[in-house]
Design a protein around this ligand. Sequence first.
Ligand code: ADP
Ligand code: MG
Length: 256
Amino acid sequence: MNELLNVNEVSISFRQYVQGLKQKNLEVITDLSLDVREGEIVAILGSSGSGKSLLAHSILGILPENANQQGKIIYKGQLLDEELKDKLRGDEIALIPQSVNFLDPLMKISDQVIGDCSEEEYPQKKKKQEELFKQYNLDKDVEDMYPFQLSGGMARRVLVSTALMNNPKLVIADEPTPGLDEKAVAETLKHLKQMAENGVGVLLITHDINAALEVANRIAIFYAGYVIEIALTSDFKEDGENLLHPYTKALFKALP
Ligand code: ADP
Ligand code: MG
């Protein structure tokens, strides 16, 4: 499998200000390296606040203003700099965001799912949006709604549809399933798996260990901004013998 994404010794820190004066840098991610190959699902498991969403946002080029990033991210052999991130975001590289606040409150749902497109492209895009809505069990009248009219689960399914709209090559799914019913969870995982079978690389950030064990080729464990363990899913499935770090052991011990 060809390498798609290579995160190479990335560190992310925040400038901290008190009453407008810079105080210090707070490092949240330290020397993090990770790669995703074409057709591969890499799951990221880790405690809240360990830097998972920040890594996702850094790949997409949507880090907050006060963040400072070091290290390199390579996409298909090219340095993923700000210019390339801007070009690929929402297109070749798509995010299923953790927060439903990513929806624009003032924009009709179908318009934001379809995104910017030319008049010639529109009929094809519209068809794709309708297919995705059918697949994710979103009624036709959702198209004309605004975000405040959606339930949490509907908003999540809209975010999934938006991310998959432009047939991305790399999908970063940041906890895509909480709040979804079992059918929608299974549908989302099935869809991610199908995409991987078609060569798409998937970074699946999740707290659902069973989902990771079910669909991922490899699992990376995050802890306090470090990747403390990364291995083939089969290594995690064995009875804990191959798990080195106490956090990983504790995580997997909690499984029924
Ligand atoms: P998670 O693994 O739960 O997705 P995040 O990546 O969202 O964690 O956050 C990692 C850490 O970065 C958290 O401790 C959070 O407080 C910190 N952080 C996130 N955004 C900012 C910000 N804009 N300014 C300062 N710290 C931040
Ligand atoms: Mg997060």
